[in-house]
Design a protein around this ligand. Structure first.
Ligand code: XBP
Ligand code: MG
Length: 230
């Protein structure tokens, strides 16, 4: 019996990664670093989840020692810029997300999110796209550095399930990426995937369904049909 839906944030609730990329690049420019991540650079770097981890990978690729670099401060500045971009109204929910959350609430399903991004970014997105604070959208918010091992590790989903007080067979995850799917599956969750602009080329082995957009699910009845034994 399904009792909760657990949503990834970036790429799943909304196409956020171009705004993340802009925020990273604006931050690099303001810090006088002379770095610029093109779309192609970002597509490659995105396989490393987490902004701090992505900056560290970039430093590694440049042959620079991340230990002597203010990665956390740079990332905090990026988070500030990203929040301001979102507050500027440059983001909307992916098709089907708003209706799915409304219906889930109506039928008594509990809602959580499990994301690599940090809590302030979840807050900014919820205020901009749902018009309310994150805690009024999601009962449980599992985000960012609350776990040390980020997706594709299952830790963030374990955390969300523990906060919900549910087992993995009692929830379904929603994701946009192969890393997210791996995290959900490793936590024992069924997972519906709808790839986004940066993940269209990825493979999704073990997904409950791979959809062009979440409206294709057919709501909670469509989800129940997918979960029903053949
Ligand atoms: C999202 C991420 C995040 C964002 C940036 O992965 O990898 O790192 O790109 O967020 P997922 P921060 O959707 O699988 O959770 O800079 O706040 O880390
Ligand atoms: Mg994602």
């Amino acid at each position: 019996m399904i009792r909760a839906l657990i949503f990834d944030v970036d790429g799943t609730l909304a196409e956020t990664e171009e705004l993340h990329r802009r925020a990273f690049n604006e931050t690099f420019r303001a810090a006088g670093l002379g770095w610029h991540w093109s779309r192609a650079d970002y597509a490659r770097l995105l396989t490393t989840t987490g902004g701090k981890e992505r900056i560290t990978r970039h430093l590694d690729e440049l042959g620079l020692d991340p230990a002597g670099f203010p990665v956390a401060a740079l990332h905090a500045a990026k988070t500030g810029r990203y929040g301001a971009l979102i507050a500027g109204g440059e983001l909307s929910l992916r098709p089907g997300i708003a209706a799915l959350l409304v219906e889930a609430r109506r039928v008594g399903l509990r809602l959580a999110c499990a994301t690599t991004t940090s809590a302030p970014n979840v807050e900014a997105l919820c205020r901009a796209c749902f018009g309310k604070p994150a805690e009024e959208v999601f009962e449980v918010i599992a985000a960012g550095d609350i776990v040390t091992a980020k997706k594709p590790a299952p830790d963030i989903y374990h955390h969300a399930l523990a906060d919900l007080g549910l087992g993995p067979e009692q929830a379904v995850a929603f994701e946009d990426s192969a890393n997210g799917l791996s995290a959900a599956r490793a936590a024992g969750l069924a997972c519906v995937v709808s790839p986004g602009v940066y993940t269209l080329h990825e493979d999704f082995p073990g997904a409950l369904a791979v959809l062009d957009c979440f409206s294709e699910l057919g709501g909670i009845a469509g989800l129940a049909a997918l979960l029903a034994p053949a």
